[in-house]
Ligand binder design. Sequence first.
Ligand code: SAM
Length: 241
Amino acid sequence: LHVDAHIEAGTTLGLDHAGAHFLRSVLRLKPGAMLAVFNAQDGEWLARIDGIGKGWCSLEVTELRRLPEPEPDLWLVFAPIKRARLDFVAEKAVELGCSLLQPVFTGYTDVSRVNSERLAANAREAAEQCERLSLPLVRDVISFEKLLADWPTERRLLLCAESGGVKPIGEVLQDIRAGDPQAGREPWAIMTGPEGGFTKGELDALTKLPFVTPVGLGPRILRADTAAVSALACWQAVLGD
Ligand code: SAM
């Protein structure tokens, strides 16, 4: 179970309503039951349920199971897509080590709103399932213009662009790694477009930025969700630990 509070041996943790409800009503745990609690700062710890009731639970932390480990600083910037596909992207992005999910409204985006709470809940569930210690940040959807205006220029962006003449992602990443074996420790982002693709204006604006590298994901046009997962998997395979 992910907890925000500081975890250390001997401390008592009080869970919030959602955490207590999950342990009591979903997992049906009783006092004395052991479970793992974790966060990115303190690692993973064993804890015993001291007391549990409707909407509350107190845990006693007993022993360390896993120290915090360095994680990639890898954002996924994506044009929102239909709900079920977005749920899939959020889950896979967490499994593949994304540190932040940033939805962006682009010209051809055909979804009018993004439920960030739902995205965050999916992300939390995926982190717990894949035993990842940190939770990715889920940002509210922003406009394409704001994305560019606020971009931290030290963060390199791999732009998934299906137009011809773009270098394959594998080649781009291998070259980067050959030039700097530690490149995976730096801040990175991967960006995918909506089902309708990027507009020409968006592609022009992006490709002239010094921190943007367009990459291809093969000869076929992938659905937006497949593109996001493939690009993340390639990044992990070449630059991930
Ligand atoms: N309507 C667009 C077209 O026909 O050209 C296709 C858009 S595609 C369904 C959605 C997004 O996935 C694209 O904007 C791009 O970011 C990514 N994508 C899909 N296939 C790709 C490929 N082969 N290489 C790189 N990016 C790809």
